[in-house]
Design a protein around this ligand. Structure first.
Ligand SMILES: [Mg+2]
Length: 120
């Protein structure tokens, strides 16, 4: 079973990946965008890690909902709403259970992806 701590560690690991790849993400954004994708995501995920440390939500759904809300309010352009919607909808679909199974997480992620597709 997956608990709130699992999802906090997922967000922390994602923030570390974004830090590692920020320059590459920005380079990829340069020919087609305004060369800020790496720095935008870096700001967003740093903020997610900070708010999760401060507020310490105690269910998987609350962790992802808070993370998604934070991305929407801190990441500019299209990526904030896209990543934020993915996490918020996934979190909402997980409900308020203290622990979820991998299958429940898979189903919730599907709901999140569907929401991103509808938005896109
Ligand atoms: Mg941009």
């Amino acid at each position: 079973m997956l608990d709130a701590d699992f999802f906090r560690r997922w967000m922390t690991a994602t923030a570390a990946s974004v830090d590692r790849e920020a320059q590459r993400l920005t380079a990829l954004d340069s020919p087609i965008g305004d060369a800020d994708h790496g720095s935008n995501l870096q700001r967003g995920f740093t903020s997610v890690v900070n708010v999760l440390e401060k507020d310490a939500p105690d269910t998987p759904g609350a962790v992802l909902t808070l993370a998604g809300r934070q991305l929407i309010s801190t990441v500019g352009g299209a990526s904030g709403p896209l990543y934020g919607t993915l996490l918020r909808r996934t979190g909402k679909a997980l409900g308020d259970a203290a622990e979820v199974s991998e299958e429940q997480f898979g189903d919730a992620l599907r709901a999140g992806v569907d929401a991103v597709m509808a938005l896109g």
